[in-house]
Design a protein around this ligand. Structure first.
Ligand code: GAL
Length: 398
């Protein structure tokens, strides 16, 4: 996210950090404060209640294949195992004072050697995907959940780890199949309304299931709702109580049309989801797959929601190893919610017209507090009653 200088003839030079998503191969990859590529895919973000910094947890640099080329003999295999364990995959952490960055690398907070799991003779290395961290007020622990699998995706478990601080060290607690069900793509949702924690996942790639987390947030307490098979799910909730879930279909690393679901209700027990279709209106969702949604406030204190996604294989010539990030603000219209493609936008004023076309930027743009922010008065679809929100519970992101 390199900062951009906007030079207005009648105004002094203003530095506005723009979010420049990586939509295609010639994108500028995002770098940390050391100038290194940010490697934190399948991200989960958290603003720590302890220091109010933003923490970005994500998968370490992607690999073509967990083992590289398969070794022929046992000793080579043994060496290779050690090398793979050292390298990847794991969970990287970056932190920043604002969502605009700059992002500081905090290190590898979950590594292969911390994971205690076994599948027959297989004791790793494991696939580690889609880490999400929430703060459990009851235990004062930061609790990390991630998809834990073998290279063939047969293990189908989650890993759970805890730490007393956002930056670790994390301690592996257990590997499990929540509610006794095989689990693949997954996410956590910490309800800002009532503080309840939820786990959502693809159950055996057969359907999507939501469970409530136990009081210590280390386990689940039974499935409370199911929906047809989807993945890459991220749940968010407006201050008026309406739940949304942005998800994708199952096409591996290939992008596909997103699915936005919406439901009224006071909990996620059997929500009556209404399918609102693909908010990007684009067949491959601009090459993105969802991973998380962050609720923010802009400089004027207006609430908006940011779609965080991965561009897995169309962000550079090396495919998956060049995976990049797509971050876009949800735009709330009169009867619809959309995700317009934006080449450059600012967290301070997300709906200003900063960069309408690729490569070109234009000045700050008039402040545009419109229906695009979370202003859903009268919004109703498929029998879902949505009322005017009270003020949002979002955090300042800038
Ligand atoms: C995708 C999934 C990713 C990863 C990938 C492996 O469908 O969303 O998280 O598991 O498959 O092929």
């Amino acid at each position: 996210m390199p900062p951009l200088v906007l030079n207005h003839s009648s105004r002094p030079v203003v530095e506005v950090p723009l979010i420049r998503s990586c939509f295609r191969e010639n994108c500028v990859h995002w770098t940390d404060t050391q100038g290194q590529r940010i490697e934190a895919h399948g991200a989960g973000l958290l603003q720590s209640p302890l220091d109010h910094r933003w923490y970005w947890y994500g998968e370490s640099e992607k690999y073509a294949n967990l083992w590289g080329s398969w070794p022929l003999n046992e000793s080579a295999r043994h060496e290779r195992r050690a090398a793979v364990r050292q390298a990847a995959p794991g969970v990287n952490l970056y932190s920043a004072g604002s969502l605009e960055g700059p992002w500081r690398f905090e290190g590898r907070v979950l590594s292969q050697w911390m994971i205690r799991a076994r599948l027959g003779q297989n004791s790793g290395p494991w696939i580690v995907e889609r880490p999400k961290v929430i703060f459990c007020a009851r235990t004062s622990q930061f609790v990390m959940w991630f998809h834990l699998d073998d290279s063939e995706y047969h293990f189908r478990r989650v890993g759970v780890a805890t730490s007393s601080g956002p930056a670790g060290p994390f301690r592996f607690v257990h590997a499990l199949q929540p509610d006794g069900l095989p689990s693949l793509d997954m996410s956590l949702f910490h309800d800002p309304g009532d503080g309840v924690g939820y786990f959502v996942r693809s159950v055996n790639n057969s359907y999507m299931g939501i469970s409530r987390l136990s009081a210590d947030m280390l386990n689940t307490t039974g499935i409370i709702s199911t929906y047809s098979v989807l993945e890459g799910m991220a749940i968010f909730r407006l201050a008026n109580g309406t739940y949304y879930m942005i998800t994708s279909h199952l096409t591996g690393w290939d992008p596909n049309p997103l699915v936005l679901l919406r439901a009224a209700g006071s909990t996620l027990d059997n929500p009556l989801w209404v399918n609102m279709g693909n908010p990007t209106g684009h067949q491959t969702s601009f090459n993105s797959q969802p991973t998380f949604v962050v609720e923010c406030r802009d400089v004027s204190g207006d609430a908006f929601f940011v779609y965080l996604a991965d561009n897995w294989i169309h962000a550079g010539p090396r495919g998956l190893k060049d995976a990049g990030y797509i971050w876009l603000p949800f735009s709330f219209g009169d009867q619809s919610v959309s995700l317009p493609k934006k080449w450059g936008w600012s967290m301070r004023n997300p709906f200003a017209n900063n960069a309408p076309s690729h490569g070109r930027t234009q000045g700050g743009g008039a402040r545009n507090r419109s229906m695009r922010h979370v202003n859903t008065a009268g919004l109703a679809a498929g029998g879902v009653r949505v009322t005017e929100p009270s003020n949002s519970h979002g955090d300042s992101c800038v």
